[in-house]
Design a protein around this ligand. Structure first.
Ligand SMILES: Nc1ncnc2c1ncn2[C@@H]1O[C@H](COP(=O)(O)OP(=O)(O)O)[C@@H](O)[C@H]1O
Ligand SMILES: [Mg+2]
Length: 329
């Protein structure tokens, strides 16, 4: 019997990549959901498997997913959206009998707080010095410049270079800013999948040669023992089960150290899949309780991306209360 899987965030590049990967499997029935009826990935699945959901922050979000589990007899729920993941991971019991394909709430909360993350990962020896702005930061004899960013930031919002001690003293101390050693070197993204025991099945480093709206649209995978091992040690430190994207950057000494962890499917998945590690398929098997390989190899390969249109009948477009259909009319 085929297993029934819901993928949310169908409008994002990660959602689209997950849906495309799972559609290649004949043993899965894929449902696609988004809060916006114009989300492209919805239209990759047959009409009767398209769903609209409230925004992840909405108090009705988790109950709606629980209702879908019941109505659609879902076995597995895969979310590709940060805010949804946090909401779902805290209340995963409500989704029973379906399983949520996500790391523990503790892993998610650690990853989404860059200070807690740095403290948790310090034993790996691969973290830049990281402290809260204010007294803690002022007590350190930094080599300037240093770097400051929001503890819970995303999409590079609020990041800044701090050129000298005066600028450090002038940083606001009430905004949850963290101060960190400046990392002048090359930056890498490493897509990691860990199994139910925390064993790292694959850690695939890639460059982000071109980035559009925070998503890598061109790049290459890299076989590099240091990058793979560093990302794996970070995944182990946070108790990762499932997928995460570990960002590393080289420090002044040229060592790859931790920038941040995005505990979800990355938008650049097609590259990692093409390199040999079909993360969505492995994640589906993992959370369906099936055996997955202890280790999956990958090769060096590069990717570029173009846009593609999906044509549907006008009355096929799902209309939700939550997205901007009105403004567009
Ligand atoms: N310590 C640092 N040294 C140099 N550049 C940094 C440092 N921390 C962050 N950056 C730059 O800021 C960007 C965003 O930081 P990151 O930690 O990835 O947070 P987010 O992507 O969640 O905003 C990075 O991609 C990098 O270019
Ligand atoms: Mg980042």
């Amino acid at each position: 019997m085929t297993k029934r899987v819901l993928v949310t965030g169908a409008g994002g590049p990660a959602g689209v990549a997950v849906i495309r990967s799972l559609l290649r499997r004949s043993d899965l029935t894929v449902f696609a959901a988004d809060m916006d009826g114009w989300a492209s990935g919805i239209y990759l699945v047959p009409t009767e498997q398209r769903r609209l959901v409230p925004p992840g922050r909405d108090e009705d979000f988790v109950p709606t997913i629980a209702r879908l589990v019941e109505d659609d007899r879902l076995d597995l729920v895969i979310s590709t959206v940060d805010v949804e993941l946090i909401a779902l991971a805290d209340r995963r019991d409500e989704l029973a009998p379906a399983v949520l394909a996500a790391p523990s709430a503790d892993t998610l909360n650690t990853a989404l707080d860059k200070l807690a993350l740095s403290e948790r990962c310090a034993p790996t020896g691969r973290t830049p010095r990281t402290v809260l702005a204010g007294a803690d930061a002022e007590a350190i004899d930094w080599e300037f410049p240093v770097f400051a960013k929001p503890r819970q930031g995303a999409g590079s919002r609020g990041v800044r270079l701090v050129p000298d001690r005066d600028a450090l003293l002038a940083l606001p101390t009430d905004e949850g800013l963290i101060v960190q050693d400046f990392l002048p070197g090359e930056e890498y993204s490493v897509d990691v999948i860990a199994d139910a025991t925390g064993n790292v099945v694959a850690a695939v480093p890639r460059t982000r040669a071109r980035v559009d709206s925070g998503v890598a649209i061109a790049g290459r995978t890299l076989r590099d023992h240091e990058l793979e091992e560093t990302a794996a040690s970070i995944a182990r430190a946070i108790g990762l089960v499932g997928v995460a994207n570990v960002q590393l950057r080289r420090d002044r000494a040229g060592r790859a150290v931790l920038l941040e962890v995005n505990p979800r499917f990355p938008g650049a998945l097609p590259l990692t899949i093409a390199a040999g590690v079909d993360i969505p398929s492995l994640v589906a098997d993992l959370f369906l309780g099936r055996e997955i390989p202890v280790s999956v190899p990958f090769r060096e390969v590069a990717s570029v991306r173009f846009l593609e249109d999906i044509i549907v009948e006008v009355d096929e477009v799902l209309v939700s209360d939550h997205a901007g259909h009105q403004e567009e009319l």
